[in-house]
Design a protein around this ligand. Sequence first.
Ligand SMILES: [Fe+2]
Length: 317
Amino acid sequence: MTNLGPITLESGFPSIARPTGHTTPADLTNLGPAARSAIQELLDTTGAVSFRGFGIRTVDEFEAAAQSLLGRLAPYKGGDAPRRAEKGLIYNAAGPDKSRLLRAHNELSYAPWHPTTLCFGCARPADQGGATTLIDGHRVYSSLPHDIQDAFRTRGVTYIQHLPHTPTDPASGIKSWPETFETDVKDEVMRHCQANYTTATWTPLGLLTTHRTPATLDIGPAPRTTWFNQAHIWQDPTTTPDPTDMRLWQTRLGYGAIYGDGTPILATHLDTISATLEQCTIPVYWNSGDLLLVDNRAVMHGRTPYTGDRQVYVAFA
Ligand SMILES: [Fe+2]
């Protein structure tokens, strides 16, 4: 346990940060350099830090704390989750359908850019459930069979998305391209996609992109391989049994994933991955005013089903 004036830190998964004595939200916003670097070191070594009892409840308090902890915040450009900006670059972390588990993922692992750090904050916990889940990516990788490790590490994943021109029924889980790229300026979106994605074309239905990217990362000073992909979420063999057929994608909206060399990911591999992710899941239950910092490369996250009017913010950097 480390005492840093207003903050006490305790290493774990997640690590815990608590106020040493009486505190106000401003204490977290005005951290000194020693506390800041101790928090960063704890995040780097353990992958997640849960801040309990600092009383960060309003969107303004959360924005100030997130900026203090993360520095410059980033937009959710290219993301597949339905989000609305609560204020500036502070988003809601609602996710789709609250009655369903939001499965383990790294934020934007399928996109050309991903945040290195996430900051969540709870304005109001769920009545029941609603834990944010944490999944250690190195533990996932080392728990998987060698053939799955090797296939993902050596081939990577190509993510395919065909996004409609206009919003569809939220229940479809498919965002339009203006929602995805946070602008409806077509030329701007195509310039961005051509510069950053493997392929990007307009179709009669919308925007079709592919993106080949690594599915594992080697991170840390003594590099350890960590699982870093969401093929298990984008590729659903029951709805898209033939994701490698690019001619079919011209007439089908939605998301899919194949190996980076263009071959299909076996459904049995996806089942094994989903089961392994479940085994590695640690729930973090919220109290109003708590924050959670997550190393987005080292640790995956998700959310358990819930009831009630859960309000959780998220910021990216
Ligand atoms: Fe997420």
